[in-house]
Design a protein around this ligand. Structure first.
Ligand code: BES
Ligand code: ZN
Ligand code: MN
Length: 498
């Protein structure tokens, strides 16, 4: 974790010092305060824009050091593009662009005029700019020695000048919780597997008790009692024992069916006996990205005291080759009673999730059960790094999650479920096999999971391409992206809180 800046809000006024940030729309259209800064500097902003060919294009930036007539050390102009075409998810990206454009140096105080050409931004827009600034400033460098002569690149304090501080501060309370949840998920994905085994991950999740989340940590003996042999089979090649952590947030009406979030938490995935090739295997420290998104969402939900009942459950195991490891050809009995022929020990995530889904649906009868997993390389082939794959048994639930994805920028794309694909995982010797052959690899993985949810309202999100290892964006610069926290938080806020 990090030195992310502290955020504060105050009414619009020119700052005495530090870096000043203003926005400009297409054609260098300026808002009121940017125009005043331009006048106070004798037209420096428009002249510098002219000289640099800066026209206010979205996410373009212009930095003017030591602007004459202003006491600021630097003035940064950030482009909004065509204001009519700005989507909700763009405001955080603009905040990230602000943070990315700040000059490094000893002076780390920043003032942002949260104002467009049409006047003050809304409370939501201003809070999302702050969100983007915080998320962009996140780094993961706890294992690097800091050269003592290098200044901290992140700003220490950012002040947003807004129309109504009260309205923005109210919104920021919730958005700050979302930022904290996203960074918690990033931390978990970024930690190496030697530091973060199942036991250590469980301890980090258990710390949510401080926020009022009820925590139950289950150890192998109890998981055995609960018949989670399919989950335990994945862990049996590792020196480090499995853990399942149940997190319960009871912010909604008593007895109201909860939203259930189920996460794949493979702290490291070598493939087991069906061992993976060496190249890039280090990335498999992030194979707990689903579980990280669940913990991050529970963090956000609890921090902002959501008025909803939400449970999180994560299966924490390590998939290793060993004399005790599970073999291809083994047949395991799942908690559901269905048997599985193991074809490939590298298709382990579905084995972990299958037992968790049975447990969650049997015990809690959730209103909706959403599992999140870095489940397949095939989803990266299909969608790359810009959408996660979404599978849903109910169109209405899918539509709501797609909408939450568009609004937050954690985008999902719906993939098909059908009887045709389901047939690909039939086995000659057991009720099913754990892989479906070369084609449609993400879909057959989803069909496997579907065999553990009965006729319930269920969603599977394959975030292998979005949770980790993707390209850097305006708001995400480290291996772990924290993807999914904003999506789930918004889906819960919009559909289960009132
Ligand atoms: N954890 C991997 C999937 C993965 C791949 C996540 C790349 C993130 C980036 C999963 O356990 C796996 O190994 N899946 C196999 C399934 C195959 C054996 C049917 C895969 O995708 O190759
Ligand atoms: Zn895996
Ligand atoms: Mn695997």
């Amino acid at each position: 974790m990090v030195s992310v800046p502290t955020i504060q809000f105050r009414p619009v006024e020119l700052p005495a010092s530090g870096t000043l940030v203003v926005f400009a729309a297409d054609g260098m259209t300026l808002g009121e305060s940017a125009r005043r800064a331009d006048e106070a500097s004798d037209g420096l902003i428009t002249a510098a824009a002219e000289a640099q060919g800066f026209k206010g294009k979205r996410f373009a930036t212009l930095t003017i050091p030591l602007p004459r007539g202003l006491s600021a050390r630097a003035l940064v102009v950030v482009g909004l593009g065509d204001v009519a075409k700005l989507g909700e998810a763009d405001w955080a990206k603009l905040g990230g662009t602000v943070a990315g454009a700040l000059p490094s140096g000893p002076d780390t105080d920043v003032t942002v005029f949260a104002e467009g050409p049409e006047g003050a931004l809304t409370a939501e827009q201003a809070a999302d700019i702050a969100l983007g600034i915080v998320l962009r400033s996140y780094t993961f460098d706890i294992y690097k020695k800091k050269p003592s002569d290098e200044p901290d690149p992140a700003p220490r304090a950012v002040t947003l000048c807004v129309a109504s501080t009260a309205a923005v501060e109210a919104r920021w309370q919730a958005v700050e919780a979302i930022a904290a949840g996203t960074m918690a998920a990033r931390d978990l994905v970024n930690e190496p597997a030697n530091v973060l085994g199942p036991v250590e991950f469980a301890a980090r999740a258990a710390a949510l008790a401080d926020l009022g989340v009820e925590i139950t940590v289950m150890e192998p003996a109890e998981l055995e009692e609960l018949d989670m042999k399919m989950l335990l089979g994945v862990a049996q090649g590792s020196e480090r024992p499995a853990r399942v952590v149940l997190m319960q947030w009871k912010g909604g009406a008593e007895g109201a069916a909860p939203v259930a979030l189920v996460g794949k938490g493979v702290v490291f995935d070598t493939g087991g006996i069906s061992i993976k090739p060496a190249g890039g295997m280090e990335d498999m420290k992030g194979d707990m990205g689903g579980a990280a998104a669940v913990v991050g969402t529970m963090t956000a939900i609890a921090k902002r005291k959501a008025k909803a009942n939400v449970i999180g459950i994560i299966g924490l195991v390590e998939n290793m080759p060993d004399g005790k490891a599970q073999r291809p050809g083994d047949i395991v009995r799942s908690k559901s009673g269905q048997t599985v022929e193991i074809i490939n020990t590298d298709a382990e995530g579905r084995l972990v999730l299958g037992d968790l889904l049975t447990y969650t649906i049997d015990r809690f009868s959730p209103a909706v059960t959403i599992d999140l997993a870095t489940l397949t390389g095939a989803i990266i082939v299909a969608l790359g790094h810009f959408h996660a794959g979404l599978y849903a048994t109910e169109d209405d639930t899918a539509a709501k999650l797609l909408a939450a994805g568009t609004a937050t920028g954690d985008q999902v794309w719906r993939m098909p479920l059908s009887k045709d694909y389901d047939g690909l995982i039939d086995s000659k010797v057991a009720d099913m096999k754990n892989t479906g052959g070369r084609s449609a690899g993400s879909i057959t993985a989803a069909q496997f999971l579907k065999r553990y949810v009965g006729e319930t309202n269920w969603v599977h999100i394959d975030l292998a391409g979005t949770a980790m290892g993707g390209p850097t964006t305006e708001i995400s610069r480290t291996f772990g992206s924290g993807w999914g926290v904003r999506l789930l938080e918004r889906y819960i806020a919009d559909n289960f809180e009132g």
